[in-house]
Design a protein around this ligand. Structure first.
Ligand SMILES: Cc1cc2nc3c(=O)[nH]c(=O)nc-3n(C[C@H](O)[C@H](O)[C@H](O)COP(=O)(O)OP(=O)(O)OC[C@H]3O[C@@H](n4cnc5c(N)ncnc54)[C@H](O)[C@@H]3O)c2cc1C
Length: 400
């Protein structure tokens, strides 16, 4: 590990993006601290898919054995029709993807992933109960002021503070995230309750009119996670996430395949989320301050890439700061942003496009989609290479 402790970096936010970035920056030798507003670190009770473009970076940080303890490796991605279950596309994951891209495709319980990330970082450098209020940039650093009265000066400040980002608001002005017209019911079902369905270890996505239904195993195979997405005109609840009624979820998926309905019916409790995203930003950085993860590229989860992109952000940020060094932090942040913004923007746009593509009503457009998936799907090893083969830690020495 190089010694670059002459540069201190403050990461605001201890979500998956902030923790992965903190690890990458520490691995690159910087003096890193994480400031998280919550009193404890805790992810929501739900699953997450981590593709090889992100798992490769986590493995390089020495986390492979810890990730393998709870991560499930699906053997294929299976996209199916909503009512009769007909296969639209089945493409390899598992060993084939690992051989092609040098890293696995994983399914995790979010809490498992977060605890692997947090467990690899010195606990005395994760400052809980620190809510960033304001900050001021000076010539040689940034003074961050927390609402508990603590003031800290760092050489670079990274806003990994999620879709409501305080750092983003302070840099670029307030702007509300936009409701995407979709809600998601999420649930975790003990796998033994679904034994009768004979589920394979797959990444499943059922597509139908106005919605889609994703399910996969997490927590070493003990639980089945589902995300049941339905279009809805408005989000009127105060919170972005709320307890949902299983009966409402079943009603939303009335007429869908018995397997879909059996999974929903087996859950004890479900949460309903309004899905929000943001328009792509034109800039992420000002001087010694930058953004990362949902703070700068919140996206619909329909490419399963929000967290993966935040993990990529951290790797590129560490490489850029390593390349430019303490002497020119603003140039390093410009370099980071120039490398990351086009890819994150592309994924924001593809995620939005999948809302239409996944939710087509039965008819000519749906038939054309199905024919395209059957002949030249988008998840074959060749088709997905642009996404999974990308190595975000490889950075040209000179800023573009
Ligand atoms: C239904 C659904 C399914 C998804 N599935 C996938 C998937 O399969 N794969 C994938 O890659 N992505 C997926 N995503 C996206 C992924 O969850 C997010 O992109 C990712 O969690 C964002 O991480 P983050 O660290 O940027 O932000 P967050 O997880 O929001 O973390 C931000 C942190 O900052 C803290 N914070 C906020 N403000 C302050 C402040 N002022 N001071 C200090 N701390 C602060 C918060 O408390 C929080 O801990 C999904 C999203 C949804 C909604």
């Amino acid at each position: 590990m190089p010694d670059r402790t002459d540069l201190s970096v403050g990461v605001v936010g201890g979500g998956i993006g902030g923790l992965a970035a903190a690890l990458a920056l520490r691995h690159a030798g910087f003096d890193v601290r994480v400031f998280e507003q919550a009193a404890t670190l805790g992810e929501v009770g739900a699953g997450i898919q981590i593709s090889p473009n992100a798992s490769r970076l986590l493995h390089r940080l020495g986390l492979a054995a810890a990730l393998d303890r709870t991560g499930v490796r699906p053997v294929a991605v299976h996209q199916r029709r909503w009512d009769d279950g007909r296969t639209l596309q089945r493409a390899p994951l598992g060993a084939a993807v690992e051989a092609a891209f040098g890293a696995p495709y994983y399914h995790f319980h979010r809490a498992d992933l977060q605890s692997v990330l947090a467990g690899a970082f010195p606990p005395d450098r994760i400052h809980l109960g620190h809510r960033l209020g304001e900050f001021t940039e000076r010539d040689d650093g940034v003074e961050a002021r927390f609402t508990n009265g603590v003031r800290v000066t760092v050489g670079a400040l990274v806003g990994a503070d999620g879709i409501h980002s305080t750092v983003r608001g302070a840099l670029f002005g307030p702007e509300r995230p936009r409701f995407t017209g979709c809600v998601a019911y999420r649930g975790l079902v003990p796998a033994d309750r679904l034994a009768g369905l004979g589920l394979e270890i797959l990444s499943n996505n059922w597509m139908g009119p106005g919605g889609h239904f994703v399910h996969y195993f997490v927590a070493g195979g003990r639980l089945v996670n589902f995300v049941a997405v339905k279009e809805q005109e408005a989000w009127t609840r105060e919170s972005w996430t709320d307890r949902g009624e299983v009966a409402d979820a079943l009603a939303a998926f009335e007429g869908w395949h018995p397997q879909v309905r059996a999974i929903i019916r087996a859950v004890d409790e479900t949460f309903i989320w309004g899905l929000f995203d943001r328009a792509p930003l034109e800039r992420w950085s000002v001087g010694r301050i930058t953004l990362l993860g949902d703070a700068c590229h919140a996206m619909l989860p329909f490419m399963a890439q929000g967290a993966a992109q935040s993990i990529e952000d951290g790797a590129t940020l560490a490489a850029c700061l390593g390349g430019h060094g303490v002497a020119d932090v603003p140039a390093a942040l410009q370099h980071y942003e120039a490398l990351r913004r086009p890819r994150a923007t592309r994924l924001q746009e593809l995620s939005r496009a999948n809302k239409t593509r996944f939710h087509l009503p039965d008819g000519p457009a749906q038939q054309a989609r199905d024919a395209q998936m059957a002949t030249s799907g988008d998840r074959s090893i060749a088709a997905i290479g642009w996404l999974y083969a990308h190595d975000a830690s490889v950075v040209e020495a000179a800023a573009p």
